[in-house]
Write a protein that binds this ligand. Structure first.
Ligand code: MLC
Ligand code: AMP
Length: 501
C-alpha cells in the first residue's frame, strides 16, 4: 500500500513521542497523540461513507484537531477542502455545491446555518476541539490503514476567486504538495531542531501547506497559535527558531516597542509571502533585529514558485530565484512569447508544484494552464541581471489585503445590485496595516442618492468581512477611456490617501 503524502509527512510523525504541537495554553501533543486523533477522525469520516476522492468541506477555527483533520483526509484519501472562517453562508453554499462535497465540518455555532444550506451530512468541530466530529472520533479506533493513493491523486481542493467574480477550485495532487514541502524544507534548512511559531490561518496555502508541511517534512515542532495576536506572538517568539508570515505580521511587530533583538535571539529564519513586502519593511526589520526576512512567492495554484536564498543575498523588493525543479519565464502578455531577461512581462511557471487544473472548469483551466504545462500566473514581473525575480504588478484585477486575495469583480457585482447603485468600481489603495485596503466608488442611479450605511448592511451577509469596502465613495460618474473601460488608475490616484494615518 502506498500513499506518498502520508508515507513521507505523517507516518514518521506517528512514531514521534516528543512534543510536536504546543498550544498557547501550554498543552502539548506528541506526534503519536496527534496522529491518533487523525486516525480516529479518519475512521469517523469513513464510517459516514466518505471514500477516497470524495471532498470534505471544512470551515472551522484553527486548532490542533483542525490540523489533524487535514492529516485524517490524507490518510483516508479524502480531498481536503478548507474554507476561510470569514466566508458567509452564501459564499459557503457556493463552495459546497460547486465541489459536490460529500460532507461538511463546521463550527458548532454555524451548524444550524450550514444545515439550512446543504443536504449532505454536517459534523462540527469547535475551537477547543469540541463537537460532533470529536464525539464520533472518540468512539472510533485510533488506528487506520491508510488508503492507497498515487502521487497524481488529489489531496486538496482550494478555492481562489477569479477576475470574473466566480471562484475556482484549484486541484492539488499529493505530488504537488509533497514536492513543494520537500523543496522548501531543504532550501530553508529545516531540521528536527526547528520550532516554528505558527500564527497563520490553516485554510490557505501559506499556513496549511508551506508552514505545516515544511515542519512535517523536517521533523520539527510547532507552537500553534489560533491566530496572529501580537501579545501571543511576542510571548512565544523566544521559544521559536522560525516564523512564516504575511507582511502585516512584520509591520505589526515593527510597530511594537517590545519587538527587539533580544526577543528573537533564538530565531534563525523569518519568511514572508502572500503579498509584497515593502523594501522599507525589509530594511527596518534588519536594523531592528539583525535578521533579513526571506521573501518567497507563491500562489494557491502552484504552491511556492520562487524564494530568496537561505545563504547568499536576500534581496529586498525581490522574490528570489525559482525553486529547484521549477521553471519560470517572463512572457509577452499579448503573444505569450518568451521575453529576454530584464524585460517586464507575465510570469509563467512550470514544475511539479503546478496544480492539476480547476475543478470542473476545463475552459478556465485551458485559459491559464498551457498545454506544455506552463501556468500563466497573472503576475507581472522581470528577472534582473543576477537572476532575481521581481514582481512589479498584476495583470489581474486583484487586491491583496493582509495576505487575503480580493477580486474587485466579485464585490462590484454585489454592489451593483444594491438599491440606488448604477455602477461601481472597487480598488485597492495603500493601507498602513493590510498593505492594500478596499475602497468602493459608487455611482448613483439618476435621481437616487446613496447611503453608505445602507450599502454596508446590504452586502454584509453576502461577502466576507475582509472583502467588504473599508471606505465607500460616491462619484457622479466613473472615469473611462475611449474604449469605455473604467480607468481604475485614476481612481487610485484620487482616493490613494484614503487610509493615510
Ligand atoms: C481582518 N480584517 C481584514 C483582514 N483581516 N480586512 C482586510 N484584510 C485582512 N486581511 C478585518 C476584520 O474583519 C476586522 O474588521 C478588521 O479588519 C480588523 O481586524 P483585525 O483584528 O485587526 O485583524 P486580524 O484578525 O488581526 O487579522 C489580520 C491578519 C489576518 C493580517 C492577521 O488577516 C491574517 O492572518 N492574514 C493572513 C492571510 C493568509 O494567510 N494569506 C495566505 C494566502 S495563501 P472589523 O470591521 O470587524 O473590525 C497565498 C499564497 C502564498 O497567498 O503565496 O502564500
Ligand atoms: P493566492 O491566490 O491567495 O494564492 O495569492 C497568490 C498571489 O499572491 C500571487 O499571484 C501574487 O500576486 C501574490 N503574492 C504571493 N507572494 C507574493 C510576494 N512575495 N510578493 C508579491 N506578491 C505575492
Amino acid at each position: 500500500m502506498t500513499n506518498p503524502l502520508y508515507d513521507r509527512l505523517f507516518m514518521p510523525l506517528a512514531a514521534r513521542d516528543d512534543d510536536f504541537l504546543t498550544s498557547s495554553d501550554g498543552s502539548v501533543l506528541s506526534g503519536r497523540e496527534f496522529m491518533a486523533i487523525a486516525a480516529r477522525q479518519a475512521n469517523a469520516l469513513t464510517a459516514m461513507g466518505l471514500r477516497p476522492g470524495d471532498r470534505l468541506a471544512v470551515q472551522v477555527e484553527k486548532s490542533p484537531q483542525a490540523l489533524a483533520l487535514y492529516a485524517a483526509c490524507v490518510m483516508a484519501g479524502i480531498v481536503f477542502l478548507p474554507l476561510n472562517t470569514a466566508y458567509t453562508a452564501s459564499e459557503l453554499e457556493y463552495f459546497i455545491t460547486d465541489s459536490e462535497a460529500g460532507a461538511v465540518v463546521c463550527s458548532p455555532s454555524a451548524e444550524v446555518t450550514v444545515l439550512g444550506i446543504v443536504s449532505v451530512p454536517v459534523l462540527t468541530l469547535g475551537p477547543a476541539g469540541e463537537g460532533s466530529l470529536t464525539d464520533a472520533a472518540a468512539i472510533a479506533s485510533d488506528t487506520f490503514i491508510p488508503a492507497e493513493r498515487s502521487g497524481g491523486d488529489l489531496a486538496a481542493l482550494l478555492y481562489t476567486s477569479g477576475t470574473t467574480g466566480r471562484s475556482k477550485g484549484a486541484m492539488l495532487s499529493q505530488s504537488n504538495l509533497l514536492s513543494n514541502a520537500l523543496a522548501l524544507a531543504d532550501l530553508w534548512r529545516f531540521t528536527e531542531t526547528d520550532v516554528l511559531l505558527h500564527a497563520l490561518p490553516i485554510f490557505h496555502t501559506h499556513g496549511l501547506f508551506v508552514a505545516s508541511n515544511v515542519i512535517l517534512a523536517s521533523g520539527g515542532k510547532m507552537i500553534f497559535l489560533p491566530k496572529f495576536d501580537i501579545d501571543e506572538v511576542i510571548r512565544f517568539l523566544p521559544q521559536a527558531t522560525s516564523m512564516m508570515g504575511v507582511p502585516t505580521f512584520y509591520t505589526r511587530l515593527l510597530n511594537d516597542a517590545r519587538f527587539d533583538r533580544d526577543l528573537v535571539k533564538n530565531m534563525r529564519l523569518f519568511t514572508s509571502g502572500s503579498a509584497p513586502l515593502l523594501a522599507e519593511t525589509h530594511r527596518e526589520f534588519e536594523a531592528r533585529t539583525g535578521h533579513r526576512i526571506l521573501e518567497r512567492y507563491g500562489m494557491t495554484e502552484t504552491n511556492m514558485n520562487t524564494s530568496n536564498p537561505y545563504d547568499g543575498e536576500r534581496r529586498a523588493g525581490t522574490v528570489g530565484f525559482p525553486l529547484p525543479g521549477v521553471e519560470l519565464k517572463i512572457t509577452d502578455p499579448e503573444t505569450g512569447a518568451t521575453l529576454e531577461d530584464g524585460a517586464v512581462g507575465i510570469i509563467e511557471v512550470r514544475g511539479p508544484n503546478v496544480f492539476q487544473g480547476y475543478w470542473q472548469m476545463p475552459e478556465k483551466t485551458a485559459a491559464e494552464l498551457r498545454a506544455d504545462g506552463f501556468f500563466i500566473t497573472g503576475d507581472i514581473g522581470q528577472i534582473d541581471a543576477d537572476g532575481y525575480v521581481q514582481i512589479v504588478g498584476r495583470a489581474k484585477d486583484l487586491i491583496i489585503s493582509g495576505g487575503y486575495n480580493i477580486y474587485p469583480k466579485e464585490i462590484e457585482l454585489i454592489l451593483d445590485e444594491q438599491p440606488g447603485v448604477l455602477e461601481s468600481a472597487v480598488i485597492g489603495v495603500p493601507h498602513p496595516d493590510f498593505g492594500e485596503g478596499v475602497v468602493a466608488v459608487l455611482v448613483p442611479q439618476p435621481g437616487a442618492s446613496i447611503d453608505p450605511e445602507a450599502i454596508r448592511s446590504g452586502i454584509a451577509e453576502r461577502i466576507a468581512k475582509f472583502k467588504q469596502p473599508k471606505v465607500i465613495e460616491v462619484l457622479p460618474e466613473l472615469p473611462r477611456n475611449t474604449m469605455g473601460k473604467v480607468q481604475k488608475n485614476l481612481l487610485r490616484d484620487q482616493f490613494g490617501t484614503a487610509f493615510d494615518k
